[in-house]
Design a binder for this molecule. Structure first.
Ligand code: IVH
Length: 668
């Protein structure tokens, strides 16, 4: 018999984890550090391991763990998942609008909701009494594939809905788009290129492919996200407009589509299209147009359906971002790990308003796959932050003649190129190769790593060429005179760089330093995780393989790469030199600073520090920050221009302080 106390404890842990999950993955506004979140997860896992009867299907521990399937089962959608009519330009959109208005003659005011059209893959989620039960793909619209276990791995999909401000619906089908952020997509493809795996053509294919994996563990490793944009069948739901419905779904903890806007007429809709088109590149995921929907459900019923799409909605697409140009040459670039990357040199062409003259080709296999020859006419695609790429060769145009041949010598240092086993990547094995050295220094100095402001590509190139810097630790031995010798260098800039170098010693944290070392496979996120398991760089450096593999995110390949890195005496020497320069940050865990246990919200302007710096200070003293005011917040720091958040704090009886009082708290 499990005691009531233990049951209660498991339930409390689940509620707390779900709460933080919602803050992090749905609201993008975490309240606790990753380490604290992991601690809660570990506590729940331990409890469930001891008392397996306690495990519920909606427990946050159950996101990954389902066994691989042999094949997908199918499910019948209760209501067909229809598609949308497309308007490819303004004229087509106006036509749709006019037709709709004439059909609705007599209706007083017609509101539309306009929202981004996310370029992902459609899914349906079924919640019974608030619990996520069934998830499926769109399939042919009538029958989809059952992918419940794969969808459970997506952290922005709640396994249990929140029952707080609104009652739970007895039955709820929601529909949305599963997608991958542009940054995450680029990273995924870079990693696949490194491993010699086939690349995804675009984020949509990557999302769809990741969802249709028989092994949920593979899906879990892909950076999938979701936005909900509609409903299917429901029971116990009262909302009568799309806008109210989205608000309701959001209150239930679902991640609903962002940037939507209520519009009352044609002009407003056109303006929204224009606005989203201009903001397209700033949005972290791919959007390929906007969707316009009649807001009122009763008007939707009046309008009804066409053969495959509803009359009450339309996709007003953005112009394509593909262009045709000529492949002039293929050059080879050497990165910081020695990897040789072929780069396409193109006849410059404007794609969606941006001039493109280069495109990455990732590796030799990609060139083979595309059957590229120098001189070919090619279709290129630029998609926001997605690096421009060659989509295909136009084979009906005169073909190019020259095949690309990977050089057998490094174009930068002349060393003989090697092809490590199991990799498609060719590498320059010479760690002193100037291209590698430059790459490593650039990596070390970048903002996310040691953050040495002002130390850009051009200066690094000169420092390396002049032999002043051979590894990152040499930066700390530079004098102002050394820097003054660089081209186009002035007194002030040189001083700024010296200050930035010095500053980077003080500001170094363990995760930043681990990332800055540039160990293969150790990106920013993994570096952060690693830093939570070690007290110092020495402890990390000496960790045996087994200890590294104990860290959940680290598999044998990464652990092996880390071991190799530290078994190289030149790398150990760099670390010794960095320590001598004063860079030896210690883990901040457990954080017991003078602000431990306190949560701060900043609103309005700050004078002394930018807000990001103020947040860093709070965190360095053990406190936390939040973007929104809730009962849990301890202080709201209000500056000039503070509005809603200050009002809310007052309402909730939370202490509001000004910048001066805040500085007194942190500086004393
Ligand atoms: S509403 C009947 N809203 O586009 C209305 N769809 O071409 C059905 N999509 O299958 C869809 N963003 O997967 C809607 N904001 C959005 C959307 C969206 C992307 C996808 C959806 C749909 C396809 C239709």
């Amino acid at each position: 018999m499990i005691s009531l106390d233990i049951k209660k404890k498991a339930d409390e842990l689940r509620t707390e984890i779900n709460y933080h999950n919602h803050r992090y993955y749905v609201l993008d506004d975490p309240e606790v550090s990753d380490a604290e979140y992991d601690k809660l997860m570990r506590a729940l896992s331990a409890l469930e391991a001891k008392y397996p009867e306690l495990v519920t299907p909606d427990s946050p521990t159950q996101r990954v763990g389902a066994k691989p399937l042999d094949k997908f089962l199918t499910v019948q959608h209760k209501q067909p998942m229809v598609s949308l009519e497309n308007a490819m330009d303004e004229a087509e959109f106006e036509q749709w609008y006019e037709r709709l208005m004439s059909e609705l003659k007599g209706a007083k005011e017609i509101d539309f909701v306009a929202e981004p059209k996310i370029d992902g893959t459609a899914v349906e989620l079924v919640y019974e009494k608030g619990i996520f039960k069934v998830g499926s793909t769109r399939g042919d619209g009538m029958t989809g594939e059952l992918i419940t276990e794969n969808l459970k791995t997506i952290k922005s999909i709640p396994l249990r809905l929140i029952e707080e401000d609104f009652p739970l619906p007895a039955y709820l089908e929601v529909r949305g788009e599963v997608f991958i952020n542009k940054d995450a997509f680029n990273k995924l493809n870079r990693e696949r290129a490194q491993k010699g795996e086939e690349l995804f053509a675009n984020p949509r294919n990557a999302a769809a492919g990741s969802l249709r994996q028989l092994d949920p563990k593979i899906t879990a490793a892909r950076p999938l996200d979701i936005m909900i944009h509609g409903i299917g069948d429901t029971k116990g739901v009262k909302e009568k407009t799309h806008q109210d419905m989205m608000e309701y779904l959001s209150a239930l903890g679902l991640k609903v589509i962002r940037h939507s806007q209520l519009c009352g007429n044609l002009e407003e809709l056109k303006k929204y299209h224009e606005k989203m088109l201009s903001e397209r590149d700033k949005i972290p995921y791919e959007i390929d147009g906007i969707v316009i929907k009649v807001n009122d459900f009763s008007l939707r019923d009046r309008l009804g359906m066409r053969a495959r799409s509803p009359r009450w909605a339309i996709a007003y697409k953005f112009p394509a971002r593909e262009e045709t140009t000529k492949l002039l040459d293929i050059k080879v670039q050497v990165g910081r790990t020695g990897a040789l990357t072929p780069v396409a040199i193109l006849e410059p062409v404007s794609v969606g308003g941006v001039e493109v003259s280069r495109a990455t080709l990732h590796n030799q296999d990609e060139i083979k796959r595309l059957d590229l020859k120098i001189g070919d006419t090619v279709v290129i695609k630029r998609a926001g932050d997605v690096i421009p790429k060659i989509v295909k060769v136009i084979t009906s145009k005169p073909r190019g003649k020259d095949n690309f041949i990977m050089p057998d010598k490094c174009p930068e240092c002349g060393s003989k190129i090697v092809f490590p086993q199991d990799e498609v990547i060719a590498r320059c094995p010479n760690i002193a190769c100037p291209a590698q050295v430059k790459g490593r220094i650039e990596h070390f100095a970048q903002r996310e790593a040691m953050n040495i402001e002002g130390l850009g590509e051009k200066i690094i190139e000169q420092l390396v060429n002049k032999g002043l810097v051979k590894d990152p630790s040499d930066l700390y031995a530079l004098t102002k005179d050394d820097i003054l010798k660089m081209e186009r260098m002035g007194e002030k800039l040189a001083q700024n760089i010296m200050d930035a170098i010095k500053n980077s010693i003080k500001e170094a944290t363990l995760p930043r330093l681990i990332y800055a070392l540039g160990i293969r496979h150790v990106g920013e996120a993994i570096a952060k995780t690693i830093a939570e398991h070690f007290q110092s760089i020495d402890e990390f450096m000496e960790a045996p393989q087994e200890k590294l593999e104990e860290i959940p995110e680290i598999g044998s390949v990464v652990a092996e790469t880390i071991r190799q890195f530290f078994s190289d005496s030149s790398n150990r020497k760099v670390i010794e030199k960095l320590k001598k320069a004063g860079i030896d940050p210690k883990a901040g865990k457990p954080k017991v600073g003078k602000l431990a246990g306190l949560i701060f919200v900043f609103t309005g302007e700050l004078e002394k520090y930018p807000r990001s710096k103020a947040k860093e200070i709070v965190e360095s003293l053990g406190g936390k920050t939040s973007e929104s005011v809730s009962k849990k917040v301890s202080y709201v720091v209000a500056g000039p221009g503070a509005g809603e958040k200050q009002d809310k704090a007052k309402k909730l009886g939370i202490k509001v302080i000004d910048e001066k009082e805040f500085l007194k708290m942190v500086e004393e």
